[in-house]
Design a protein around this ligand. Structure first.
Ligand code: HEM
Length: 452
C-alpha cells in the first residue's frame, strides 16, 4: 500500500501547486485586441485586498502606481478594479465615462453675508475674552459653512435650531461610517465581517431619513411658495414634488456633498497659510489693497478681484483634494490608454496622486500658490486633468460655484479680520485623518487677535 500512496501524494501536491500558480498568474483575457492593464501579484480568494487593507486608499494606490504604472488592474475578491494615477489616463477614463460638462450656478449672497457676520462677531468676542485666546477654528469653519449651505438647501428656518445642530453631528457620523472599508462590497462571502458596521450605518441613515422627511413635510406645509432654497424650488416643480424619496435624496446629496468638502478646504488653506508666513503676508497685502483696512468687511463683490486668494484656494485643492479618489463603474467594456477594461470594472481615479505627480507639477509637495498666478490652470476638469478637485463631466460636482464662493468668502474674512497663530509657536502638524473628505488628523486650535 505504502508504495503507491507516496507518489499519489506528490502528484496531488503538484496539481494543487500548479492550480494555485495558474490562479495567481491568471489574467482575465482582454478584448478588442488589447490586454488588461498590468497587475501586481494577487493572492487566492482575496486578490489584491492585502495591498490596501488598513491603509489610506489614496496612499496605497499611490504606492501601487509607482511600481506598476498609471493604469493598474486590481481584484478585490473577484471584483475587477482599475486604478488611474496620471492626468492622461484620467482624461481618457473620463472621456469614456462621458464627454460633456455642465455646471449650475447657485448664488444668494445675502444669506452668506449674514452667516459670515455672525461668525465674525463671535470671533471678535473671542479675541477680547480672557487669555489664552484660543479658538477652535475647525469648529468655527464647520459652523459657518454648514449655516451657509443649509440656508441655501433647506431655507432660513433651520439654520440655528437644535435639531439642525443635532443633524450636523449626525452627518459627521455618517461621513465616518461611509468612509469605512466594507469587505463585503467586493467579497460578498465575507459580508458577515461588516455586520456590526453595517447595522450602525443603517441606524444612522434611518435618523438622517427621518430628519429629511421632517424638512420636506415642513416646507410642504408652508406651501413651498417661499424663498429660493432647494426644497421650495423642488416643491414648486411637479417633476420633483411627487416623490419624497427623490427630494430627500437630492437634499441629502447637497448637504452631504457641500458642507464638509467646503469646510475641510478652508481648514487646510488656513493651516497652509499659518505654516507659510510669506504667503500669508502676500495674501494680506492683496486684501488690504482690494478691500481696504481690516476694519472694513470683505464683501462678495471683492472676490473677483482677489487673484492671489484664488491661487491660494486652488493650491489648497491641489494638495488637499476633499475627494482624494473619484469612483465610477465601467458600464460597458472600454479602452483606456490602449488597455482593455472589462464591463463592470470599478474605476478609481487617484486625484490625490495625480495632483502630486512630479511629471506635471514642479516641486509638487510644496505649497506654492504662485503656480496658479503664472499659469492659467483649469481646475474643473474641462481642459486640464492635472488636478480634479471637483471631478469632471456629467458626474462632476454640481456645486462648484457655490463651493468656491463659500471657500473664498470665509477664507478672505478670516485672514483680513484676524491674526492667527499656532499656540505652540511650531509648524502645524499636517497629517491627514480618516474620513470621506480627507480631513486634518488634528483639529485647528489657534490663538486669535482681532484686526477689526
Ligand atoms: C470645495 C468644495 C467642494 C468640492 C471640493 C467638491 C467636490 C466634489 C467631487 C469631487 C464630487 C464627485 C465628482 C465625481 O464623481 O466626478 C462632487 C459631487 C457632488 N457635489 Fe461637490 N464639492 C464641493 C462643494 C459642493 C457644494 C457646495 C455642493 C452643493 C451644495 C456640492 C454638491 C455636490 C453633489 C450633489 C455631488 C454629486 C454627488 C453624487 O454623485 O451623489 N458640492 N463634489
Amino acid at each position: 500500500m505504502e508504495t503507491w500512496i507516496a507518489p499519489l501524494a506528490v502528484l496531488f501536491g503538484l496539481s494543487v501547486a500548479l492550480l494555485l500558480k495558474s490562479w495567481i498568474l491568471r489574467q482575465p483575457s482582454g478584448g478588442a485586441g488589447c490586454s488588461l492593464p498590468p497587475s501586481p501579484r494577487a493572492l487566492p480568494l482575496i486578490g489584491h485586498l492585502h495591498l490596501v487593507l488598513g491603509k489610506h486608499l489614496h496612499r496605497a494606490f499611490g504606492e501601487i502606481a509607482r511600481e506598476h504604472g498609471p493604469c493598474v488592474f486590481l481584484k478585490f475578491g473577484s471584483s475587477p478594479h482599475l486604478v488611474i494615477s496620471s492626468a492622461q489616463a484620467a482624461r481618457e477614463a473620463i472621456r469614456v465615462r462621458d464627454s460633456t460638462y455642465s455646471s449650475r450656478p447657485f448664488l444668494s449672497p445675502a444669506a452668506r453675508a449674514e452667516e459670515m457676520a455672525l461668525a465674525v462677531a463671535k470671533l471678535v468676542e473671542a479675541s477680547r475674552g480672557p487669555m489664552p485666546r484660543t479658538v477652535s477654528l475647525t469648529q468655527v469653519i464647520s459652523d459657518v459653512t454648514y449655516g451657509m449651505i443649509l440656508r441655501k438647501v433647506v431655507g432660513n428656518g433651520h439654520r440655528r435650531n437644535e435639531e439642525a445642530l443635532r443633524f450636523k453631528h449626525l452627518l459627521k457620523e455618517v461621513f465616518v461610517a461611509a468612509g469605512e472599508f466594507y469587505v463585503g462590497d467586493t467579497m460578498p462571502w465575507l459580508q458577515w465581517l461588516d455586520l456590526r458596521k453595517a447595522a450602525h450605518a443603517k441606524r444612522l441613515y434611518k435618523q438622517v431619513d427621518e430628519y429629511m422627511q421632517r424638512l420636506v413635510d415642513e416646507q410642504r406645509r408652508k406651501g413651498g411658495d417661499i424663498g429660493d432654497d432647494f426644497i421650495s424650488i423642488m416643491l414648486r416643480n411637479e417633476l420633483f414634488s411627487k416623490s419624497d424619496s427623490f427630494m430627500k435624496a437630492i437634499v441629502l446629496d447637497m448637504i452631504g456633498a457641500g458642507t464638509d468638502t467646503s469646510a475641510v478646504t478652508i481648514e487646510w488653506a488656513m493651516a497652509e497659510l499659518i505654516n507659510n508666513p510669506r504667503i500669508m503676508s502676500r495674501l494680506l497685502e492683496e486684501l488690504h489693497s482690494v478691500v481696504g483696512p481690516s476694519s472694513l468687511k470683505v464683501e462678495e463683490a471683492h472676490l473677483d478681484k482677489l487673484v492671489y486668494l484664488d491661487a491660494v484656494v486652488k493650491e489648497t485643492l491641489r494638495l488637499h483634494p476633499p475627494a482624494a479618489i473619484l469612483i465610477f463603474q465601467a458600464a460597458q467594456p472600454c479602452q483606456v490608454m490602449d488597455y482593455f477594461v472589462p464591463e463592470g470594472t470599478r474605476v478609481f481615479i487617484n486625484n490625490y496622486e495625480i495632483a502630486r505627480d512630479e511629471r506635471c507639477w514642479e516641486e509638487p509637495l510644496k505649497f506654492k500658490p504662485e503656480r496658479f498666478v503664472e499659469r492659467n490652470i483649469d481646475i474643473v476638469g474641462v481642459r486640464d486633468f492635472e488636478m480634479l478637485p471637483f471631478g469632471s463631466g456629467r458626474r462632476g460636482c454640481p456645486g462648484i460655484q457655490l463651493g468656491l464662493r463659500v471657500v473664498h468668502f470665509v477664507l478672505a474674512n478670516l485672514v483680513h479680520g484676524f491674526e492667527w497663530k499656532n499656540p505652540s509657536g511650531k509648524e502645524l502638524d499636517m497629517s491627514e485623518g480618516s474620513g470621506l473628505t480627507l480631513p486634518r488628523a488634528v483639529p485647528l486650535e489657534l490663538t486669535i487677535s482681532s484686526r477689526i
